[in-house]
Design a protein around this ligand. Structure first.
Ligand code: UD1
Length: 416
């Protein structure tokens, strides 16, 4: 039962509510470690990555409970600083706990984190930057130990923009002694959400939403209740699914303010978007595509997490096109699976050349990572015949009950 069976060829019609953001929830849950007391995180998506983060927090001694979309974390009993290897190995975001745990306990032992295999994804910059804040790190074959008496503010001039490093340094800096500068900082909306959460708890952060964050360390933070924003990547995935199948879908609570680049590409590729007060109405195939090139960039550029779903849209569109991936070096893993469905896509370096005008047919395909897996589901919805997307657990990492959501939109899908 780790697969999805899809009988393709049906237009999507109806509405779906966009869940809370995975990439905002995870660092915010990690940030609760900085606060002595109980924080309430609302609109937390019910996905396996959040579940693993909850388990990690519990294994450190926190009391964690979920009441529908609200996750409560009480850190008063935080007692351990060794992270269990099973959760760390399945989720790259466990690295997020490093900065927060060092701030709170001064020592951490963990294995190297896992997560989606989309490139080498080293953590060298995390470790190097934390060393600049006074942390002593001893690396071993499978993991490392880190220790510090009190974190010290530092000026970080990073060699490239990293979402994870920006988040980790923010978490390390808010309780550090003195001032920390992060430049260039990632500007993703999820980082803005983390800054908002921390600021409400009493942190002093300037430059939120810009590529230069200045954090003035404080002595302590107070418990808060915070609502996680909607997931722009999930909204973009359902948008793509609708573009692949045709039809009209209302994406309720889609965070349009964070989707400018995605929506403008969708419109150039043939969709019509109508903006409503509580979401967007997508008409999947309104006109021929006028967009033949897409390049992934850090925010506010086109997100790498939606590169695979848009590759499927391009494969189905009438023209040839190309996608340049500039964030991760190995993010074309769905190409071999789309090939089984009849797509004609060639890879040269960091660019995929897509033949276009493809009629996809059903096939048995393997998800190899989260967003690629969701893209294979979108391709299967548009394909003629039956497909099976294996390794559903990758998709469950980031999408709340995707089978039920798609069924409510009229798709013929089931667990397999
Ligand atoms: C986060 C997101 C992920 C998204 C990515 C880019 C979460 C939980 N995940 O991942 O969905 O695709 O941002 O928007 O929020 N790098 C190094 N050394 C390091 C750290 C990163 O070389 O120490 C490299 C990575 O391999 C990658 C690039 O930097 O090539 C950017 O990665 P980064 O922004 O750090 O991505 P994540 O935080 O892992």
């Amino acid at each position: 039962m780790d697969a999805i069976r899809i009988y393709g060829g049906k237009c999507l019609e109806g509405q779906t509510r966009i869940q809370g953001s995975k990439n905002a929830s995870l660092p915010i849950l990690a940030a609760t470690l900085l606060i002595n007391g109980t924080c309430e995180i609302e609109n937390c998506p019910d996905i396996s990555d959040v579940y693993h983060m909850q388990r990690l927090l519990e294994s450190l001694g926190c009391r964690v409970d979920r009441d529908g979309p609200v996750v409560r974390v009480d850190t008063a009993c935080l007692s351990k600083c060794d992270m269990p290897s099973d959760s760390v190995c399945v989720m790259r975001s466990s690295i997020m706990l490093l900065g927060a745990l060092l701030a709170r306990t001064g020592s951490v032992t963990m294995e190297y984190p896992g997560g989606c295999v989309i490139g080498a994804r080293p953590i060298d910059l995390h470790l190097r930057s934390l060393r600049r804040m006074g942390v002593v790190i001893e690396e071993r074959e499978n993991g490392f130990s880190a220790a510090v008496l009190r974190l010290k503010g530092a000026v970080h001039r990073l060699p490239f923009v990293s979402v994870g490093v920006t988040e980790n340094l923010l978490l390390a800096a808010v309780l550090a002694e003195g001032v920390t500068v992060i430049e260039p900082a990632a500007r993703e909306p999820e980082i803005q959400a983390l800054c908002e959460f921390l600021s409400r708890a009493g942190a002093k952060i300037k430059g939120v939403g810009t590529d230069r964050l200045v954090i003035c360390g404080v002595e302590s933070l107070k418990p808060v209740r915070y609502r996680v924003p909607a997931d722009r990547i999930v909204a973009g995935t359902y948008l793509c699914a609708c573009m692949c199948t045709g039809g009209r879908v209302f994406l309720r609570e889609a965070p349009v303010g964070h989707m400018e680049s995605v929506l403008s590409h969708a419109v150039m590729m043939g969709a019509a978007i109508s903006y409503e007060p509580d979401g967007i109405l997508v008409t999947g195939r309104e006109h021929e595509s006028r967009c033949h090139k897409l390049t992934t960039r850090c925010y506010p550029g086109f997100p790498t997490d939606l590169q695979s779903p848009f590759m499927v849209v391009m494969a189905l569109s009438g023209q040839p096109g190309c996608i340049q991936e500039t964030v991760f070096e190995n993010r074309f893993r769905i190409v071999s699976e789309l090939y089984k469905m009849g797509a004609d896509i060639r890879i040269r370096g960091n660019t995929a050349y897509i033949c276009g005008g493809t009629r996809l047919h059903g096939a048995i395909v393997q998800a190899a990572e989260l967003r690629g897996g969701a893209a294979l589901v979108a391709a299967s919805l548009a394909a003629e015949g039956t497909s099976i997307v294996a390794n559903r657990h990758f998709i469950d990492r980031g999408y709340e009950d995707i089978v039920t959501a798609l069924r409510e939109l009229g798709a013929d899908v089931e667990l397999a």
